[in-house]
Write a protein that binds this ligand. Structure first.
Ligand code: NAD
Length: 481
């Protein structure tokens, strides 16, 4: 247990600064107030943009040999590891997530910096043969100023996911933290700035999305936008970014399906269901929110999943239960509304479906709907809570059709012992990532992103680094050849 400061600040142009207005941050486990944070104004956002612009234009991040950026990033990773326990406590209290998962976020954040440190001095162009009379090669320039908008569900690891490759490539950054869960990111940035980056290289502001977020993404001082969040916000940002034709990475929502064939390893599947939909109270963009089960094993799997859900421990994040509260009263109300709509449309509620009314915090009961039809809202809309929709299927063809039948395409999963069938499904599933026999397989090394309304561009892995640079071609006329 660590003491939590009662008031937190924004980090602008090398200083921690207050604002005239403050935002309240609550504890989802108790529904009570936890702390306040400076609410950045448009003027604060503008100062952060100017600082980042000055830093990017000064060349301070790129003038030295790339090995300097390697050192910065490795030092940052060390500093993050040093605050992991304290940061985890803060994140657990403000977000509701389990203390162990909150700590994992800090360790994952450190890993992003180590991983991209390994690439910071290997951003190499190519030489292009043009025959005699010419030499031609490409260089990768940083984009300049990267505006990064972060959601509340994994604020620390998502912040590091974009910040690490951006710094590795030599960009200056303005980060907008989420209103509901901004404090863990302050602990993260406090650690990061100890590495001694040039002034203005990193700025962290917390403020209203529609006000300061919208200001950032419509500013001509920004060269790139990285957004992780909901589809409507992503669409609004894309419209704002269009005015200045600002390139964007969009990591949006999902309605991802696991397909369980009759030859599935039952234990493996149930372990994946547990993490797939109940980890972080289901508030995961790549959650397993639909489970498609082949008819032969349907009754058995439904029963096992209901038993699993009913056997989950529920409690405060600090006690590391299986199921933690959702982030806010509004989030809880939205989840309950979608559950009621599902019942109205004829989905069969097998367990859960409402809040834990006897608990003070924002606790949703682990919920399983069975006999869901692909056209029901519960099979099409992102719930962002611990709610699973189980759908029966008869053939491989039908399973693929149902899995691909939403507007999203973030991840998908196949559970079978038949490798050929798994590979056929992998080819046909419309998703940025397919898990075979383990939901959430992969790591910071594996590219992540969606198709359709799940967005575009890739984060994580080597591929992500190239979202943070632009290619410049250099063509030289060689006289005398
Ligand atoms: P959200 O869209 O409400 O908010 C995300 C961020 O955008 C917040 O910081 C918010 O302040 C800001 N924002 C809001 N309006 C804005 C505007 N007009 N201009 C600029 N910024 C604005 O999302 P959320 O509720 O915080 O997060 C949940 C959503 O995020 C879910 O849909 C989830 O699937 C998605 N998500 C996606 C990924 C991914 O990697 N694909 C990861 C995590 C979450």
């Amino acid at each position: 247990m660590y003491p939590i400061a009662s008031h937190w600040l924004n980090y602008i142009d090398g200083d921690w600064v207050d604002s005239a207005q403050h935002l309240s941050v609550n504890n989802p486990g108790t529904a009570g107030p936890l702390a306040t944070i400076a609410q950045a104004s448009v003027e604060d956002a503008e100062r952060a943009l100017l600082a980042a612009r000055r830093c990017a234009d000064s060349g301070e991040l790129t003038r030295a040999r790339p090995a300097q950026r390697v050192s910065w990033l490795l030092r940052i990773a060390e500093e993050i590891r040093a605050v992991a326990d304290e940061g985890a406590w803060v994140l657990c209290q403000e977000n509701g997530k389990s203390l162990a998962d909150a700590r994992d976020e800090f360790i994952e954040a450190a890993r992003y910096f180590e991983y991209y440190a390994g690439m910071a001095d290997k951003i190499e162009g190519t030489s292009i043969p043009l025959g005699n009379g010419y030499m031609d090669f490409t260089v990768y320039d940083p984009m300049g100023v990267s505006a990064q908008i972060v959601p509340w569900n994994f604020p620390v690891s998502i912040c590091a996911r974009s910040l690490a490759p951006a710094l590795a490539a030599g960009n200056a950054v303005v980060i907008k933290s989420p209103e509901l869960s901004p404090l863990g990111m302050c602990v993260l940035v406090r650690a990061i700035v100890k590495a001694g980056l040039p002034q203005g290289a990193i700025n962290l502001i917390c403020g209203r999305g529609r006000e300061v977020g919208a200001h950032l993404v419509s500013s001509a001082k920004v060269d790139q936008i990285v957004f992780t969040g909901s589809v409507p916000t992503g669409q609004s940002i894309l419209r704002d970014a269009a005015a200045n034709a600002i390139p964007s990475v969009m990591e949006l929502g999902g309605k991802s399906a696991a397909i369980a064939f009759a030859d599935v390893d039952r234990k493996q599947l149930l372990a994946s269901v547990k993490s797939g939909i109940f980890f972080n109270a289901g508030q995961v963009c790549s959650a397993m929110s639909r489970l498609l089960v082949q008819r032969e094993i349907y009754e058995d799997i439904v029963q096992a999943v209901v038993e699993l859900a009913e056997g989950l421990s529920v409690g405060l994040g600090q006690d590391n239960p299986d199921l933690t509260p959702v982030v806010s009263a509004a989030q809880l109300a939205g989840i309950e509304t979608l559950c009621r709509r599902a019942v109205d449309e004829g989905a069969v509620l097998a367990t859960g479906g409402e809040a834990h009314s006897e608990l003070t915090g924002h606790f949703m009961r682990p919920t399983v709907f069975r006999d869901v039809r692909a056209d029901m809202c519960i099979a099409r809309e992102e719930v962002f809570g611990p709610v699973l929709a189980i759908i029966p299927f008869d053939s491989e063809e039908q399973a693929i059709e149902i899995a691909n039948g939403t507007d999203f395409g973030l991840v998908a999963g196949v559970f079978t012992q038949d490798i050929s069938r798994a590979m056929r499904c992998v080819r046909r599933l419309r998703a940025g990532q397919v898990f075979v026999n383990e939901w959430y397989a992969g790591g910071i090394e594996t590219p992540f992103g969606g198709v359709g309304l799940s967005g575009f561009g890739r984060e994580k892995g080597q591929e992500a680094l190239y979202s943070y640079v632009r290619t410049k071609n250099v063509a030289i006329r060689v006289a005398g050849e």
